[in-house]
Design a protein around this ligand. Structure first.
Ligand code: UDP
Length: 150
């Protein structure tokens, strides 16, 4: 069981797509380990996207991610990092393949609806940034044996 951080970005909330996209993760067989809605501060946005600090799109990205509430989740399951990345599709909604979240719902490089950690190491860093340990729940799901072998 692996954990990854997913952010339903401000455009996702404003376009009322949170439920539809969260549903894809549940239907895939992944599980919600933590979920909350927050208004991202400039500090948290800058920490989260620290690796892009020098990029020309950074100021616009910080304005975007702080521009309205987000829903943030810890999603868990077998190879959750890679599975979620695959479901998201390429960064640009224009290039993302149909069938992926960005491919189906976005035509933008910036306003691409969701964030998913890009490696298990990033996931550990990002989960610690966005959640307190006690906010993340480990629980049994009825029928889990029918979803994946243990
Ligand atoms: N982004 C942008 N312009 C670009 C590239 C990225 O505004 O030219 C934004 C976009 O919202 C993206 C985020 O910056 O999701 C982080 O970029 P990254 O390359 O890490 O893409 P991701 O991992 O989200 O696909």
């Amino acid at each position: 069981m692996q954990r990854t951080l997913v952010i339903f970005k401000p455009d996702c909330v404003q376009r009322r797509l949170v439920g539809q996209i969260l549903q894809r993760f549940e239907a895939k067989g992944l599980r919600i380990a933590a979920l909350k809605m927050i208004q991202v501060s400039k500090e948290l946005g800058e920490q989260h996207y620290a690796e892009h600090k020098e990029r020309p799109f950074f100021p616009g990205l910080i304005r975007f991610i702080t521009g309205g509430p987000v829903v943030v989740a810890v999603i868990a399951g077998p190879e959750a990092v890679a599975v979620v990345r695959g479901m998201m599709g390429k960064t640009s909604g224009i290039e993302a393949a149909p069938g992926t979240i960005r491919g189906d719902f976005s035509v933008s490089k910036q306003n691409n609806l969701i964030h998913g950690s890009d490696s298990p190491e990033s996931a550990a860093r990002e989960i610690a940034l966005w959640f307190q340990p006690e906010e993340i729940l480990d629980y049994d799901l009825a029928g889990q044996d029918w979803v994946a072998e243990s």
